[in-house]
Each structure stands twice: as structure tokens, then as C-alpha cells.
Design a protein. Structure first.
Length: 297
């Protein structure tokens, strides 16, 4: 309930309204007042909040004040695009972070650890728009190997338009996830459990993959959840740079148009992603965390 109240209150504080956007700067005060009445923007805030809540109960997010289309349909369409981008990114990010984190953790302080850590940290420090522009200049403008943007194309029909955005997103998230995994692996490798398992004669691969990796993965899972949340709710720069019609660009357009129902719908989706992502990460981390059971005789 707090999320609902906060969402409505924040959107109500936005300066201007959709009537001014629809009519443009040349509209008279009378014309703006007429459109505001038609859109229901002149109703008291409590009445508008009550109407919005009653629609949410039935799953109705309302209609766009600018286009008149159902908000839910627009969000579902854009969510599919963002989810596809996030899914491809995770398919690359997870195995790459596993390899980098495990290798660096097992060889802590070695040359390969320092090199991989420096490379991932360097990629993480580059702003997304700078890295995106460099990739566009190198792979699209000068060589023509990849398309520069996804404008006017369907990512499902031309998946190559997602290559450059995925590289930017992976470069941004790889350092955090791999670093958490590296720390966990390094701690587990020096611990008594690893020493005991090796004394039992277990192969090193079994020790690492079956025992050390699950115990060390809990912090990395938490960080991966933050990455998923960022991929679904915080890709505004990447989507804008590569002209991807996802949730990020849709939210920005809704705010610019003062399209309150759309803004409220996007905020609810973002809040739901954060809550569900944190819940799933906590459950997985709890399952992976080693526990000792006390037996009462």
C-alpha cells in the first residue's frame, strides 16, 4: 500500500500535465482547461487516487492520456523487449562471471588475477554512453560489422542489433558479480572445509565445483539480483543510445509527456521487479549458505 500511495503522490507532483503536451505551446488557457476536463485531470486528487485503485483491483492500469491506448498493453510490449535484452545479457554475464570469479579466487594474487581484475574494473569504470559510442564507432561506423541501432527493427527478427547493447551491459555488470564470487572462492579455499576435503583425497574439481562454489555463491547471487534489477529497470541510457523501445525509454517518454497513468504503471512494474528480485535472491542465498544443525541427544 505504501508503494501505491508513494507512486501516486510522486506522479501528482510532476509539473505540468498531459493537456499541455497534447495541445502544444500555442494552446489557449480555455483549450487546456477543456482537455484537462476531458482527461479527468481537474478532479480532486483523492477521487483520482480512488479511481486508480479501483482499476488496479481488476488489473486495469488505465489508458494513456496522450495516445488513449491501454497502459498495460504498452508496458507488456516494452517489457518483452527489455526482458529479451536482459535475458541475452544474463546468458553471457553468468558464465563469464563464473569463469573470471573462480579463476581469480583460486589464484588470488597471481598475475592472471591481477590482469582479469584490472580489465573488469577498467570496463566497469567506463560510462555506458562512452563505451556504447566507442563500440558504435568501431563496429558499426568504420567496419559495418554490426548495426548501430535497433531503430525500426525487431530484435527477434534481427538479433544482431542486440550485440552492442549486450556488450555494454555485460561490461558494466561483470566486475561486481565476478568480484563477489572471487572473494567467496578465495575465502572458502583458505578455509578448513577445503583443507579437510583435500585431505580426504577428493579431486580438486570436485572440491571446487561441488563444495566451495555453492558456499561462495551466496554473495554473488545477491549481486546478480541487483544486476537483474538494473537490467530490467535501469537501462535507460543503453536503450536510448541504441534506440531500443524497452521499459527505460518508455518511462522517459511517459515522464516527458506527463502521461500520469503510464508513469504510475512503469513505477509499479519497477517496484514489483525490485521486490520479487530481492525475495528470490534471499531465498537462493539462504539455500546456498552453509548451515550447521545442532542435534539434541
Amino acid at each position: 500500500m505504501f508503494v501505491l500511495v508513494a507512486t501516486f503522490a510522486v506522479t501528482a507532483l510532476l509539473p505540468g500535465d498531459a493537456a499541455s503536451v497534447v495541445l502544444g505551446e500555442q494552446a489557449t488557457d480555455e483549450q487546456v482547461a477543456t482537455v484537462r476536463h476531458q482527461l479527468g485531470l481537474d478532479q480532486p486528487l483523492l477521487d483520482r487516487f480512488g479511481n486508480w485503485l479501483s482499476g488496479l483491483v481488476t488489473g486495469d492500469l488505465g489508458r494513456s492520456l496522450v495516445t488513449g491506448a491501454p497502459v498495460a498493453d504498452e508496458i507488456v510490449r516494452r517489457f518483452a523487449v527489455t526482458a529479451a535484452l536482459a535475458g541475452v545479457t544474463l546468458l553471457v554475464l553468468v558464465p563469464l562471471a563464473l569463469v573470471v570469479g573462480v579463476v581469480c579466487g583460486l589464484r588470488e594474487g597471481s598475475r592472471i588475477d591481477r590482469v582479469l581484475t584490472a580489465v573488469t574494473l577498467f570496463l566497469h569504470s567506463i560510462p555506458e554512453f562512452v563505451l556504447g559510442l566507442l563500440l558504435v564507432a568501431g563496429f558499426a561506423v568504420h567496419t559495418g560489422l554490426l548495426p548501430a541501432t535497433a531503430a525500426g527493427t525487431d530484435p527477434a527478427a534481427r538479433p544482431e542489433v542486440l550485440v552492442l547493447p549486450v556488450i555494454v551491459l555485460v561490461a558494466r555488470q561483470l566486475c561486481d558479480v565476478a568480484r563477489q564470487l572471487r572473494i567467496g572462492i578465495a575465502e572458502q579455499t583458505r578455509g578448513p572445509v577445503a583443507e579437510h576435503l583435500r585431505l580426504l583425497g577428493l579431486p580438486e574439481r570436485t572440491v571446487v565445483l561441488r563444495h566451495l562454489l555453492p558456499a561462495a555463491a551466496a554473495p554473488a547471487v545477491q549481486q546478480l539480483a541487483r544486476a537483474v534489477e538494473g537490467l530490467l529497470t535501469g537501462t535507460v541510457i543503453v536503450e536510448s543510445l541504441f534506440a531500443i523501445t524497452g521499459l527505460g525509454t518508455g518511462f522517459v517518454e511517459a515522464v516527458q509527456n506527463r502521461d500520469i497513468p503510464q508513469v504510475q504503471g512503469y513505477v509499479l512494474v519497477f517496484a514489483g521487479v525490485v521486490v520479487l528480485g530481492n525475495l528470490a535472491a534471499d531465498l537462493v542465498a539462504h539455500r546456498l549458505t552453509p548451515r550447521r544443525e545442532l542435534v539434541t541427544w
